[in-house]
Design a protein around this ligand. Structure first.
Ligand code: FES
Length: 190
């Protein structure tokens, strides 16, 4: 006679087999090479995680670094005027985007004069017929080299450093320089 509880009946020979099997526990010991590979992989993930975290921190720090902003500011304030050979002696060239006049004096020396009046900061205009700068606010007048001709302006117009790079004139508008009056050492030559 065959039993049916918890067992599957083998009709061919009447012998029943268990319907569920308990998984056999693997008793084999891994080989030494397999063990070291597993240990390597186990340690690899934390190491990769640390590298990714450090890279993220470095990118965040670089993005927030103030020196980058300073570099951008300096680059954006260096104005290119043009080839020196195209700027004649005894000429005044307005560079409105840079807020200055590029002056080339009779001896070939260059001056980049701020267009802000040294009195209260109004914008001066170049008057070709009078050969001088005139302030519309309180009628101060300045010579081509920036010296005061008529007050109330208390001192000469400010000037900016000039760089001549391979024949091209550039002006650094980040550094206006104050002065009492014009001196020859303020001119830039090629
Ligand atoms: Fe130029 Fe007063 S602001 S004279």
């Amino acid at each position: 006679m065959s039993r049916t509880t918890g067992n599957r009946i083998n009709l061919s020979d009447g012998v029943s087999e268990p319907t569920t099997r308990t998984p056999q526990r693997e008793t084999r010991n891994p080989e030494p090479g397999t063990r070291s590979r597993r240990a390597f992989v186990k340690n690899l993930w934390p190491a990769l995680g640390a590298i990714v975290s450090l890279e993220f921190l470095w990118m965040t720090f670089s993005f927030l670094s103030p020196t980058k902003k300073a570099d951008v500011k300096n680059i954006s304030q260096l104005r290119t005027v043009g080839d020196l050979k195209n700027i004649p002696n005894n000429s005044v060239t307005p560079v409105r985007s840079g807020q200055f006049y590029l002056v080339r004096l009779n001896d070939g020396g260059l001056l980049a004069l701020s267009l802000k009046c040294s009195h209260l900061g109004c914008s001066v205009s170049w008057d070709e017929s009078k050969n001088r700068f005139i302030c519309p606010c309180h009628a101060s007048e300045f010579a081509m080299n920036g010296n005061v001709i008529n007050p109330p302006a208390p001192r000469a117009l400010d000037y900016f450093p000039i760089i001549i790079d391979q024949g091209v004139v550039k002006v650094d508008t980040s550094k206006p320089m104050k002065r009492k009056e014009f001196e020859k050492s303020q001119e830039t030559y090629a």
